[in-house]
Write a protein that binds this ligand. Structure first.
Ligand SMILES: [Zn+2]
Length: 228
C-alpha cells in the first residue's frame, strides 16, 4: 500500500494509504492557507493531536458528513461524543498504540497545551507515530523541543516537525529535533499561516541539509509527497 501525504496548510494533513484516507488536525475553512474546504475532503479516519481551534476546527463537520472514526485523546473523544454527538471515536492516551486496518498508530508525547475551543478540558496534547506498510511516519504536532524525541529515533522514514516558533518549536529547535530523531526525510509545518509564525522554510531546509543526514522537503499548501 503506497502512502501519499498532502499538506493542507498549518498542521493539517491528508494521508492517502492505499484506499484509506486519514486526516490529521483538519483546520480548513478558517485557515488562510488551506487549499481545500472541509466540505471537499474525504476521510475514513481523523487524527486529532490536541484541543486548540487551529487543530479541531473542522473535525465535527467532517466526522458528521463522512462518518470517519476520530482518534484522539480520551478527553477529546468524550467532548466529541457528549457535546457534538460524534460517537465513532477511539480514545487513546500517551504511549498507547492501536492497530488499525491501515497500520498502527501510537500516541506520542508533545509539550504543549490542549484546551478545547469552548473551554472544556482537552486532555494532554500529543503527536502520532504511524507504522505503515511502506514506512514509518512521525507527526510531532504542536510541541516544544524535548530530548525524549531521541526515543523515537531509529527508523523514522518521514518526520513532520513544526517550525513556526511562538506557539511551537522554532527553526533552531526543530533542527535539533531532526538531530535527535534522525529521520530519512523531514517536512516542516505549522508556519506561514499568519505573520507571527512566518518562517523561511528554504533557509531551514539548507540548515538541515548542511548539519544532518536527513533530506528536507519543503511543500507549499496543497503539495504532496510519497512516504516511500
Ligand atoms: Zn497549532
Amino acid at each position: 500500500m503506497a502512502t501519499e501525504l498532502t499538506w493542507l496548510g498549518h498542521g493539517s494533513w491528508f494521508i492517502q494509504i492505499g484506499q484509506t484516507t486519514v486526516l490529521l488536525d483538519p483546520f480548513l475553512n478558517d485557515s488562510p492557507t488551506a487549499p481545500a474546504k472541509a466540505e471537499d475532503v474525504s476521510a475514513d479516519f481523523i487524527l486529532v493531536s490536541h484541543g486548540h481551534y487551529d487543530h479541531v476546527a473542522d473535525v465535527v463537520s467532517i466526522a458528521r458528513r463522512t462518518g470517519a472514526q476520530v482518534i484522539a485523546n480520551f478527553e477529546i473523544t468524550q467532548w466529541l461524543a457528549n457535546k457534538h454527538g460524534i460517537e465513532n471515536t477511539l480514545g487513546m492516551n500517551l504511549g498507547g498504540r492501536v492497530s488499525l486496518p491501515f497500520g498502527t498508530v501510537k500516541m506520542t508525547i508533545a509539550w504543549h497545551s490542549s484546551q478545547l475551543p469552548d473551554g472544556a478540558d482537552g486532555g494532554n496534547p500529543s503527536g502520532f507515530l504511524l507504522t505503515l506498510a511502506d514506512g514509518t511516519l512521525y507527526f510531532a504536532c504542536d510541541t516544544a523541543l524535548f530530548s525524549d524525541m531521541r526515543l523515537i529515533a531509529g527508523g523514522v522514514d518521514l518526520a513532520i516537525l513544526p517550525i513556526g516558533d511562538l506557539f511551537t518549536m522554532g527553526p533552531e529547535d526543530a533542527l535539533d529535533a531532526v538531530k535527535l530523531i534522525g529521520p530519512k526525510r523531514v517536512i516542516p509545518d505549522h508556519y506561514n499561516t499568519w505573520p507571527p509564525i512566518e518562517q523561511d522554510a528554504a533557509a531551514w531546509a539548507r540548515s538541515v541539509r548542511d548539519q544532518t543526514s536527513s533530506e528536507p522537503i519543503v511543500l507549499e499548501p496543497g503539495g504532496k509527497t510519497a512516504l516511500a
